[in-house]
Design a protein around this ligand. Structure first.
Ligand code: SF4
Length: 394
């Protein structure tokens, strides 16, 4: 780990904004997914787009001061944003551009699923200014893809990435999930190697999270599927880290890797504790130290916006104590780590005064190391991230 290639905005005091746009539709609901995403709602796409655009306008009206902050990143997440047509995406962007200053945007990112869009759609996305694509690949094992109820095969995933690169997207990312039922070390190696060989510049890896209420959770609970043991999980995790490093992919966040500084600038905002607005059903925003989340279900979301009501169902002002905790553990997730200077600038207090004992203790345990002005996770620290982060809870 080092902090020599900090993005220019990482230490910037100027205020800028990220915008997250949630598109909660999927062609098929995956067996492990508990996100706000739904299949079979095609009939609502038009009404949803109208509602989302109304939400942007209402926000701009209710919080006029937010409309003077330059937007730096735009992220279409889901769900599967590419379920929408190009005119629908264009309409959303135009409404956003009309109400928020978007001249300084450095990244427009979009999540996509393999096998659902063709080259002509990709070309149109590029023409709309989308700069980055993030594909949910998950694995190149067809039987596991079927088990996860993914809507694509391994050959579709390869084709999708090849198409995106051939159309000229410079920044293409692939997500992988490890610790899947029946998965072995060899599968993991194949997955990473295949993604790298395809030419992606960014890879995200996530351990399977078994979420209650999902089909996969039921299957595991009923003993129909067996998950790898903790030791096997750890071996897979270590194997991926070594393999990615050997391919020249640096880890810049616990789950994210790039071989040419193709960072997800929007996601960096989350770890840098910066503000973002979020529109759409189930979306979470963070603005002026207030976290808000929206109505997660599509029909009530649309209904509220038809009545010109903001769809916020929960709102919480973050206390100073909680801000300090969040700031620390989010910063520690990244390779730039927890900077003493950034902390002091943000909170007008010395990091060492508040957390001196914890930092020293974690350092002695080999979980944190000091790099110039910052405290960073060691490789062991990243493996035991939850323990390290818990030390910053006051
Ligand atoms: S495509 Fe993504 S959001 Fe949609 S169901 Fe699958 S995991 Fe969930």
């Amino acid at each position: 780990m080092n902090n020599t290639c900090r993005p220019s905005f990482a230490t910037s005091n100027t205020r800028d904004m990220g915008v997250y746009l949630h598109i909660p539709f999927c062609r098929k609901k995956c067996s492990y997914c508990d996100f706000a995403s739904y299949e079979g709602l095609e009939a609502y796409y038009d009404d949803y787009v109208t509602a989302l655009c109304t939400e942007i306008k209402l926000w701009a009206k209710k919080y006029p001061e937010s409309t003077s902050i330059p937007v730096q990143t735009i992220y279409f997440g889901g769900g599967t944003p590419t379920q929408l047509s190009i005119p629908q995406i264009e309409h959303i962007l135009n409404v956003l551009y009309k109400h928020y200053p978007c001249n300084d945007v450095i990244e427009v990112s979009m999540e996509a699923n393999p096998g659902e869009i063709d080259k002509s759609y990709l070309q149109d996305l590029k023409s709309l200014g989308v700069t980055r694509l993030s594909y949910g690949v998950q694995t190149f094992d067809d039987s596991l893809l079927t088990l996860l109820r993914r809507g694509h095969t391994s050959s579709m995933a390869k084709q999708a990435i090849t198409d995106a690169l051939s159309v000229g997207f410079q920044s293409v990312s692939g997500d992988l999930i490890y610790a899947l039922p029946g998965q072995h070390l060899k599968d993991i190696e194949t997955n990473v190697k295949t993604l790298v060989d395809l030419g992606v510049s960014h890879i995200s890896i996530y351990g399977l999270q078994l979420e209650e209420g999902t089909n996969l959770h039921k299957q595991v609970e009923q003993g129909q599927l067996l998950l790898p043991s903790d030791d096997e999980n750890e071996a897979m995790y270590d194997c991926m880290l070594d393999q990615l490093a050997s391919y020249g992919f640096e880890r810049y966040e616990i789950s994210n890797f790039t071989n040419n500084q193709a960072y997800s600038h929007h996601n960096l905002r989350y770890w840098q504790y910066k503000e973002y607005l979020a529109f759409g059903a189930g979306a979470y925003s963070f603005y002026t130290d207030v976290r808000r989340n929206n109505e997660p279900y599509v029909v009530p979301y649309i209904t509220r916006l038809r009545q010109e009501l903001l769809p916020v169902v929960f709102e919480e002002t973050i206390s100073e104590t909680r801000s300090v905790e969040d700031f620390c553990f989010l910063a520690l997730r990244t390779k730039w780590g927890l900077s003493k200077l950034n902390f002091e600038q943000r909170f007008n207090q010395s990091l060492l005064t508040i957390f001196g004992n914890e930092l020293e203790h974690l350092n002695k345990q080999g979980l944190l190391q000091q790099v110039n002005d910052s405290w960073c996770l060691t490789r062991d620290g990243a493996k035991h991230g939850n323990y390290v982060f818990s030390q910053f809870i006051r």
